[in-house]
Ligand binder design. Structure first.
Ligand code: FER
Length: 286
């Protein structure tokens, strides 16, 4: 514990210092401010059948400016945290504004972004005790719902490129844990995986990526990020250390801040610019 504390403190000192020296790149001011004069993407609410639950579940879908059925788009599934639902990113992170602004600057590969509800249970609202074990288990149960219900629904409803190299899974906190757990287990489905400030639902590194030698070439991007003041930093850090020890290319991005949307908006800004750009992603990966 003492050693861990010292490591974290040293690390944060280093990061704070290097940030002060502007070595840690963060999103520029205004990246999340609406710009009425630019083209905007569109937000839809969709409803799909969850076979296992016997319910109709909701998700939000953001299609980029200029979206046309004549093209095939890659898809990012972007997951929320323990107190959230399909609206959490929209309410607190405004991904549509961040992405509209990036499109206006020509900085994104056009993509569809799906905001699911990651709590796969009959009542999937974030009410009562959000840490209740049945609710936490429902975050694990979402793996099946995502793979068997939501992805097929999105792919028949939108103009989607179904190649694994055009499918990404990322999320914040509980959603970061889900992204690492599901993404790294299903490398035939996802080639782009991102964990933002991943929570204690994240499997241990050896469970997450048990065959590094065999699998390390399968990812186009494996992204791990966290605020240096986040109490959950140890989860991201231990995952990074394992991947580094086993020579698995990944991005390890430590940034100023704690466990909140200032960090996650910055993550979306940084991560989205690498998505579906194999050359750029490889250049930014160690
Ligand atoms: C925990 C601490 C935090 C935990 C989950 C979280 C399941 C999730 C936080 C979030 O999603 O913001 O012990 O256990």
């Amino acid at each position: 514990m003492r050693k861990l504390l010292v490591t974290v403190l040293t690390l944060s000192l280093f990061i704070t210092t290097s940030w002060a020296q502007e070595k840690v790149q963060v999103a520029p001011a205004g990246f999340d401010k609406p710009r009425p004069e630019i083209p905007h993407g569109k937000l839809d609410t969709v409803a799909y059948t969850a076979k296992q639950l016997g319910t109709i579940r909701k998700a939000l879908v953001y299609t980029p400016p200029g979206y046309t059925k004549k093209k095939k788009y890659p898809v990012l599934y972007l997951l929320h945290g323990i107190g959230g639902d399909e609206f959490e990113w929209l309410r607190n992170g405004q991904p549509h504004i961040i992405l509209d602004n990036l499109y206006a600057e020509g900085k994104l590969e056009p993509m569809i972004v799906v905001l699911p509800n990651g709590r796969a249970m009959k009542d999937d609202r974030p009410v009562g005790n959000i840490f209740d074990s049945l609710k936490v288990q429902a975050f694990a149960a979402f793996e099946k719902d995502l793979l068997e219900n939501l992805i097929p629904f999105v792919e028949k409803s939108y103009a989607v490129d179904k190649d694994r190299k055009r499918r990404a899974l990322a999320g914040l906190s509980m959603g970061g844990g889900q992204s690492l757990n599901f993404g790294l287990k299903n490398l035939d489905t996802f080639a782009w995986v991102g964990g933002f400030s991943s929570a204690p639902n994240t499997k241990t590194p050896a469970e997450l990526f048990p065959h590094p030698a065999q699998d390390k070439g399968k990812l186009q991007l494996l992204w791990l990020s966290c605020g240096v003041e986040d109490n959950l930093l140890n989860i991201t850090q231990r995952t990074h250390e394992y991947l580094e020890q086993h020579g698995v290319p990944h991005v390890y991005y430590l940034e100023p801040g704690g466990h909140d949307f200032n960090v996650w908006k910055n993550d979306l800004y940084m991560f989205s610019q690498l998505l579906f750009k194999p050359g750029k992603a490889a250049k930014n990966t160690k």
